[in-house]
Design a binder for this molecule. Structure first.
Ligand code: ZN
Length: 138
């Protein structure tokens, strides 16, 4: 009798946890196109990623040009250090913006699933919603 009720309990808890595990993101697996609000949020994620790339790629030439100009203007070699540190801070801010981006469909972090992070992900790491919905699925 006790064993039967335990089995019943286990079955019920497995069913309920299975229901809880069901992800709303199943819809993207079936190719439901994003609605306008989702498209706007995807555009925001793409803009954040673009900003991160711009800050990253402009670091060396930007620091050399701006820092070098300030160095010669002020007659000191310290301004280039300030410019470099400022650029690194901007990179951290831009990286944070990408890191906190949440998927408009499933609400999870777009670039992270568990301990796995991919800043270049072309799809949500959790529900596979493509970041560029117009492109055909790979
Ligand atoms: Zn998602």
């Amino acid at each position: 009798m006790k064993l039967a009720s335990l089995a019943f309990y286990l079955t019920r808890s497995q069913i309920s946890s299975g229901v809880r595990r069901h992800h709303p993101t199943m819809s993207s697996e079936f190719g439901v196109p994003p609605n306008p609000a989702e498209l706007a949020q995807l555009a925001t994620i793409r803009r954040r990623r673009r900003n991160l790339w711009i800050v990253f790629l402009s670091y060396l030439p930007g620091t050399a040009i701006v820092g070098g100009a300030l160095n010669s203007l002020l007659g000191s070699d310290k301004p280039v250090v300030v410019v470099a540190v400022s650029w690194m801070a901007a990179f951290m801010v831009a990286g944070y913006g990408v890191g906190i981006s949440r998927c408009p469909r499933c609400g999870d972090e777009f670039h992270r699933r568990g301990l796995w992070t991919n800043t270049f992900a072309q799809r949500c790491m959790n529900c596979e919603l493509p970041i560029r919905p117009s492109r055909p699925a790979a």
